[in-house]
Ligand binder design. Sequence first.
Ligand SMILES: Nc1c(NC[C@H](O)[C@H](O)[C@H](O)CO)[nH]c(=O)[nH]c1=O
Ligand SMILES: CC(=O)[C@@H](O)COP(=O)(O)O
Length: 223
Amino acid sequence: MMMSRSIAVAASFPETPKMVHSSPQAQFPRLSSSLYSASSSARILGNSGRAAAVRHLVGSVTRTEGLRFAIVVARFNEVVTKLLLEGAVDTFKRYSVTEEDIDVVWVPGSFEIPVAAQRLGKLGKYQAILCIGAVVRGDTSHYDAVANSAASGVLSAGLSSGVPCIFGVLTCEDMDQALNRAGGKAGNKGSEAALTADYSSMHRVQLLQTGSLFQIYLGTGCS
Ligand SMILES: Nc1c(NC[C@H](O)[C@H](O)[C@H](O)CO)[nH]c(=O)[nH]c1=O
Ligand SMILES: CC(=O)[C@@H](O)COP(=O)(O)O
């Protein structure tokens, strides 16, 4: 994996950002090279005016040992959500997450997912919160209320807790669509959500462990 030799920040930031010339390992020895990938094609000019490589932080699903995840799953349409849950847990295990590091919280329906996700996020125990549900349209507009509330609520839970809350709630026109996305011909959206949880948590780990680098990117002094 090519490692960028240096990182520079566009001079337009309000503060004069420091130049970081060392490799990630030298600057942040706790991080392994697998947590970084770098692009040799991207170039921005640093304060010195010299072209410098821009380091791209990408997650990695290969280093999840010790990371803890919570899954909030709706009981409504359980015939679908239990398949989504199975897909998520299977994927976590395939990427070395142990069963002891996975907590599952059942809620009545997708409308109740956000409050549980927010409370779990604020515990500060989990790298990511996976939110699983299946909202299937009926005869009335109730579908829109539940689906929209679940989506905005999960987003809000992530923003307020600072922990990635992954939206793994199906919003389908009928049960066939839902079942096709719970291990049928359209795959398992619970499994996909678990992968996203892995990536987002690794990315968060990177940013937490490279706070100074993150500040440089943002040109701020905030921790
Ligand atoms: N119709 C669906 C629901 N409805 C229940 C709500 O989520 C909520 O539990 C209730 O309104 C009480 O607050 N939930 C789903 O997850 N999927 C549906 O299709
Ligand atoms: C998503 C829902 O709330 C929906 O399943 C309820 O069905 P209906 O609109 O027929 O009451």
